[in-house]
Each structure stands twice: as C-alpha cells, then as structure tokens.
Design a protein around this ligand. Sequence first.
Ligand SMILES: [Zn+2]
Ligand SMILES: [Zn+2]
Length: 412
Amino acid sequence: MREVLEQLKDLAGHCAGTPVWSLPDTDLVSAVHAVHDAEQMLAAAKLHLVREIDGRSLPVAQEAASTAVWLRERLHISIHAARRMVDLAGVLDKRPVLDAALSSAAVNVEQAHIVAKTIQDLTCEAEPDVADLAEKTLIEDHAGWEPAILRKVAARILAHVAPEVAEDADRRAVERDEKRAQQTRAFTLTNNGDGRFRLTGWLDAEAAAIVNAALDPLCKPDTDRTPTQRRADALVEICQLALRTTHLPENGGDRPQIVVTVPYDVARKELRQGQLDTGETLTAEQVRRLACDSQIIPMVLGGDGQVLDVGQSRRLFTGPLRRALVARDGGCAFPGCDRPPQWCDGHHIRHWATGGDTALNNGVLLCGHHHRVIHRGEWEARMADDGRPEFIPPAYVDPERKPRRNIYHRRP
Ligand SMILES: [Zn+2]
Ligand SMILES: [Zn+2]
C-alpha cells in the first residue's frame, strides 16, 4: 500500500500543479467531478486507516486522551472534525453497504454522515432489518440529493420503510431533539477585538419563539437598515426596555444600568471617549447619546480624578419630568415613528455637557434608532415656538430643509 500511496501523492501533486485555464468547458466540468469522486474515495481510505488506528488503541498507547485528540494533534484539524471522522469510521466498519458506497463515491462524505446518523438512530429504535432497508433506500434512491434535502428525506425515511414504527420513533425523535435542545442551550457574547462583539448560542424551539415574538414587532422594514441590522437593534431595544422597568433583579444593591466613565473637558465643555465598566471604549458620539439618559460618571479631564458635580438628578429625564415628556410627545417624536414611550430615551436638544438644561423645553423623546440618527448629526432637533419638538431634515432628504413633526402620536 505504501508504494501505491506514494504514486497517488505524486499524481495528486501533478493534478494540483497543472494549470486548468486551457481546458475546454466540458473537460473542466468532468474534471471537477473526477477530482470530487477521487476525494470521496480517498476519504473512505482515510476512514479505514482511522478505524484501524482506533481499533488498535494506538493513540492511547501514545498518551493521547482519545483518538480524536490524537488526530487533531497529528493532522492539525479541529476537534469537531476529528470526532466526526472517528464516528463515521466506526459506522463504516459496521456497515459494509455504506462503506462500499463511499468507497466508490456513490455518496460523498457529507451524505455518508447523514446516512450514518440515520442508521444509528434507527438501530436504537427499530428492528435491525429496518436500519438495513433505510440505509439501502437512502443510498440507492436518494444519493442525488444535496445534504440539506437528504437530511429531510432521512428524517422521514422510517415512515417510508416501516410505517408501523414510524409514529413511535417520531415521538421519541422529537423528545430526543427537545432534550438535546434543552441541554445544549447556550448564549455567549464575545469580544471580537475589533470593536465588535459576536453573539452565538442555541435555543430550544419554545425559547426561540419567545425571542422572535418579542423581536418581530421591532423589525418592521425601513429604508436605511437591513433586516439583520434591524434585528440587532431590536435585541438592544428590548434590553433597554427591560432596564427602564423596575422588574429586573438588583445587581449588588444597584438598579441594573450601564455605567460609563467619561473624561469631561471643562474648558471646552466637552465629553471625550468614555469607558464602560467592562473596560470597553466608547466613541464621543456614543458617550453623548448614552449621557442623554443613562447613568454615567463624568471625570474631570486631566484633573486630580475628582468627580465632577454633574448630579444625575440634573441629567436624567426621570420622575415628573419624564412623565411630562411622555404626555407631550406621546412616544418617539421623530417624524413618522410610531414607537411608544417605553421604548424611548429622553434626548437633550442642547446637550447637558455643553450647558443644556434637563428640562421639558430642552428634552424630547426618541426611540433607540432615532436617538442614534439625531446624534449622528444630519437631522437636527429643535423646539418650536409652540413648545413642541420639530426636526430639520438634511438637505439630501429635503433641499429646502423644512421642519417636520411627528403627527403619529398627536391626540385629536
Ligand atoms: Zn441624546
Ligand atoms: Zn423613533
């Protein structure tokens, strides 16, 4: 075998080193098929070797914790890929039909994984000959399907090959999926190190339905955000809504809040870049927006660390002042927005850091999205003579820049 493998490597190296730009279309297509088939056959050969290595416990003899760990170290592949390899190698060893199918490239590796999983599920649930029949049916009748469809076919295969046990197995499969969904539920928020955080996780069907039901009403189409951007904003808005209520459990004696420490330049009356208590940096724009209606701790810039006397009571739209804003604006005051008050921050038209008051005639309710829009600075908010807020669009929206109002919340 050693000699054959040497030749094989030479031939593969030759193929990989051959320029393909000169091939006519038909040859190009048949070549891709040929290389793909050869890959599947070689994968079968590799799995046979893995199985034998595993069977002889070579990895354990070499102090590896498992065959998968050993493969990871040797082949520099992920532990996930290594485990899948060991699992499939084990199934091929017991299932000559599937083994022959992969070895002749009648199915590819992805399909083989699906067939293997189906057989394994069936062997615990049905008579052995049912698993045999399912294996044969999937390989002979359905190998033309790509993995996503094959997986669906496989899920229904029992109804096809053994309708009498299908119902029972279905129920158990649902229970098994549910149990797995419960056990693997997870949520992580990781710093990507480039100013972004990555959300990953798993939910069971019920939890996903709850999250979707809460997010969907906040995800109405609009022109300047993609659907996924809207969903991201919606998640944050839901958390802001929860923070505004008194229903969240206290965190070390305090109401849960975001806390930002921010240098305040007294001479220029300006807030600089700030820091969250988790250590992340926020831009000056983000700081100004948060400072409108969140708990922040301003620090005198370049001073002796003395905390500046900008009391929260003077900065935040709370209590009677917030109720007065709600009564006047009825919700987000941005033109055309229908977001109700509980989704809104109080925004300072003239920022408190530059001397603006926390008062009714300097405040306006804005939803999270429109609060960001206003702080970006293209739209301008101002108080009209009748004491109601109005908004001046940027010239690219309206060359005449006529002030607009929100008529959505206005009471008759
Ligand atoms: Zn603001
Ligand atoms: Zn709005």
